[in-house]
Design a protein around this ligand. Structure first.
Ligand SMILES: *Cc1c(COP(=O)(O)O)cnc(C)c1O
Length: 390
């Protein structure tokens, strides 16, 4: 007989999900009401307004897709890309590769702009790609590459797209709540995010926003959107602003309570304060890691505060260290991906998990596990180096 599942109390400092705030977990457990209940419809309107705040946009079409970040990604592609279109896709990590898959599954052609993993998207290469492909309809890129801990210049990239008469699709799954996302300021046309990175919320929801140029493309499509579930014209019957909302799918009602709570928390903290908090704890973490003798693998100007790519020192066994952190400290950090597998760890400082307490826990735990393993580090100095930063 199976019995109730009681998860261990972990500290999540990997690439996501990150720690969910207790306030959000409490909201999740409130009584379920109908997905067309007038009270729930009121909550939906508040969620849309709070998402506009988080995205810094006045876009009317701003709502949470009832599925994870990957579905938000797919929603932007299937609604904006038509068969035969040409799309310039920037790839400097895992997620650019997924964008390519989405483009091709829409029957369109992806023109890839490749940059080395661990570096930002090179805007000059993007300009060149437009010069060689003046018929490109869209530019897609990842603002915050969680697979490598790199931020790219979203303002510049969106501007280049607009100057070339193309729409921009921006992956802001890891950015929203952690670093500035300025949808209207950038002139971004379609942006998607996720709840489980810097929003301190449970996984499984993907906020998306579409601007006026994107709406025009969607309204003038010749081909039906290939996905029924993600067709925004249909979703809008439920999430739109008309007086009468009609059934499209059953919203994950309790997950929406959680998202609402996390957005209220973000609003109360203030966007700028949240970004600053991520910077502050990032600086302290880096000071500690470097004092220990570990190397940060991303150039300073391109580093994400919420995802820290750090070298694995000589004499440390990647898997054994992460297993020991989990077993002895209930602490999860991320493994390296692709070319960085076995060479780097990814330490997340996302949302609720981004705190002094967690920075000190992570440095203490890493110091102790690496020292016990006989790895080549300077032992016993990391916590003090971090504290000096505070
Ligand atoms: C996590 C992540 C995704 C995918 O989100 P899921 O919720 O796992 O589907 C997409 N893009 C980036 C940059 C991410 O970090």
């Amino acid at each position: 007989m199976a019995t109730s599942f009681h998860p261990p109390q972990r500290t999540l400092m990997g690439p996501g999900p990150s720690d969910v705030s207790p306030q959000v977990l409490e909201a999740l457990g409130r009584p379920t009401i109908g997905h067309l209940d007038p009270e729930f419809v009121g909550l939906m309107d508040e969620i849309k307004a709070l998402l506009q705040y988080a995205f810094k946009t006045n876009n009317q079409l701003t709502l949470p897709v009832s599925a994870p970040g990957s579905a938000g990604m797919e929603a932007t592609f299937v609604n904006l890309v038509s068969p035969g279109d040409k799309v310039i896709v920037c790839q400097n990590g895992v997620f650019g590769g997924r964008m390519k898959e989405n483009v091709e599954r829409c029957g369109a052609m992806a023109v890839m702009v490749q940059d080395e993993w661990g570096t930002a998207v090179d805007v000059q290469k993007v300009r060149d790609a437009f010069r060689q492909n003046p018929d490109a309809k869209l530019l897609a890129f990842v603002h915050a590459e969680t697979s490598t801990g790199v931020v790219s210049d979203a303002a510049q990239l969106c501007k280049i797209a607009t100057e070339n008469g193309a729409l921009s699709i921006v992956d802001a799954v890891t950015s929203v709540g952690g670093i500035e996302v300025d949808v209207d300021g950038w002139g971004a046309d379609a942006v998607y995010s996720g709840t489980q990175k810097c929003l301190s919320c449970v996984p499984g929801i993907s906020p998306v926003t579409f601007g006026p140029r994107a709406l025009e493309v969607m309204n003038n499509r010749e081909h039906k959107v290939q996905s029924w579930f993600l067709d925004m014209q249909l979703v809008m019957g439920y999430w739109g602003s008309e007086a009468k909302r009609t059934y499209h799918h059953t919203a994950p009602v309790n997950a929406m309570y959680a998202l609402h709570e996390s957005l209220v928390m973000l609003q109360n903290e203030g966007l700028e304060n949240a970004w600053q908090r991520h910077q502050q704890h990032h600086r302290a973490l880096v000071a500690g890691l470097e004092a220990m003798g570990l190397n940060m693998l991303v150039a300073k100007a391109d580093r994400l505060p919420q995802l820290n790519l750090v070298s694995i020192p000589e004499g440390a066994d990647d898997g054994a260290v992460r297993a020991a952190l989990l077993a002895q400290y209930d602490l999860e950090i991320g493994a390296g991906l692709g070319a960085l597998a076995g060479k780097a760890w990814r330490i997340g400082l996302m949302g609720h998990a981004c705190s002094q307490k967690n920075v000190l826990l992570c440095l203490t735990a890493l110091n102790n596990v690496l020292t016990a393993m006989g790895a080549k580090i300077t032992s016993g100095v990391a916590v003090d180096a971090a504290l000096d930063c505070y």
